[in-house]
Design a protein around this ligand. Structure first.
Ligand SMILES: Cc1cc2nc3c(=O)[nH]c(=O)nc-3n(C[C@H](O)[C@H](O)[C@H](O)COP(=O)(O)OP(=O)(O)OC[C@H]3O[C@@H](n4cnc5c(N)ncnc54)[C@H](O)[C@@H]3O)c2cc1C
Length: 308
């Protein structure tokens, strides 16, 4: 088995991982970013980013390409589409074995593996993702100015985001699979008292359709079996978030009940030399700017850890 040594390994090449790579490499720490998918993470899926300070509207692809280029300019090694065969985070030297072929070792590691919104997994959802279907009101709300939209979900996020979306949309229909909500009472009351919000209860979307972009949803009443169609400009889905932490199952990294990594303010996990950054940790807001900030904080703390 071939072996290579670095000062730091970053798992995940989204905004958090790339930012950590920029800071670490610029500080002359030899750094390797390993990504099991595409460099750029969720940003690559983002058609238009309008809320990254200092940049006018840009594409997610462009933003992540620039971050990647910046990290490489400072000497960061970056490998995408790898398969992790073994991960060892205990002890002074951490190691990641890739494709059963090569083991990368480092004194410190940043887990920046991000996450993904829970999908409904119904016909057409993947086709219209970013073309009328969104999982982020903060990111995409203003693209639906004076449009009619559906919000799917019945928890606090769904109800709060539905209210927030009434700032843009002409009408918001909350579609929920049960006859009651799982949100706090005040969130339910606020949504119910909003004149722009209507409700479809006991129903599940079964199909998304359209040509270039989403224009119609089909939904089924769970109690009566009745099937309906609705013409719509957009659908926001808020049915939960999944942190990419499966690879930590056989490690002792502490996770919360939702599988998100627990860190302190320095973004250290419970294991010495192991940090976490971005959407995979316990955090209230998940944005490019928050991931980038996490990348910075984790990298600077990692450098201190290496120096001591
Ligand atoms: C459709 C969409 C639109 C969005 N629009 C906006 C917007 O307009 N503005 C905004 O601020 N935010 C937006 N967001 C949110 C933003 O993209 C995320 O908050 C941000 O990308 C999180 O960065 P991250 O680096 O923590 O994780 P991610 O971007 O999720 O990157 C994590 C990376 O880790 C890799 N990975 C996963 N598991 C492993 C593993 N085991 N080992 C190694 N690598 C692994 C993944 O392949 C991925 O490349 C949007 C999100 C989506 C889905």
């Amino acid at each position: 088995m071939e072996e290579k040594q670095y000062d730091a390994i970053v798992l995940g090449g989204g905004p958090a991982g790339l930012t950590a790579g920029i800071y670490l490499s610029r500080a002359k720490a030899s750094t390797l970013i390993l990504d099991t998918g595409t460099i750029g993470g969720q940003t690559v899926l983002t058609f238009e980013v309008a809320n990254y300070p200092g940049l006018e509207t840009t594409s997610g692809y462009q933003l992540s390409s620039t971050m990647r280029k910046q990290a490489k300019t400072f000497g960061c090694d970056i490998k995408s589409n790898i398969k992790i065969s073994e991960l060892n985070l205990e002890g002074e030297i951490k190691s990641v074995t890739v494709n059963n072929k090569i083991t990368y070792k480092a004194r410190s590691i940043i887990l920046a593996t991000g996450g993904r919104s829970r999908m409904l997994n119904v016909a057409g959802e993947t086709d219209f993702k970013g073309k009328g279907i969104s999982y982020c009101a903060t990111c995409d709300g203003d693209f639906f100015q004076d449009k009619e939209i559906i919000v799917v979900g019945g928890g606090n996020s769904a109800l709060e985001e539905a209210v927030a979306l009434t700032k843009y949309a002409s009408k918001v229909t909350i579609l929920h699979e049960f006859d009651h909500f799982q949100a706090f009472e005040h969130a339910i009351e606020t949504a119910k008292s909003n004149p722009k919000i209507e409700f479809i209860m006991d129903s599940r979307i079964t199909k998304f359709s359209g040509t270039d972009k989403l224009s119609q949803v089909t939904y089924k009443n769970q109690k009566t079996g009745e099937i309906n169609e609705k013409t719509i400009d957009g659908v926001f889905i808020f049915i939960g978030y999944v942190a990419n932490t499966d690879m930590l199952k056989n490690t002792s990294v502490k996770l919360n009940e939702r599988g998100e990594i627990i860190t302190n303010d320095q973004l250290q996990t419970n294991i010495d030399g192991v940090f976490a950054a971005g959407d995979n940790r316990v955090v209230r807001f998940r944005q490019i700017t928050t991931a980038v900030a996490d990348g910075t904080i984790s990298a600077l703390n990692l450098l201190e850890y290496l120096n001591h």
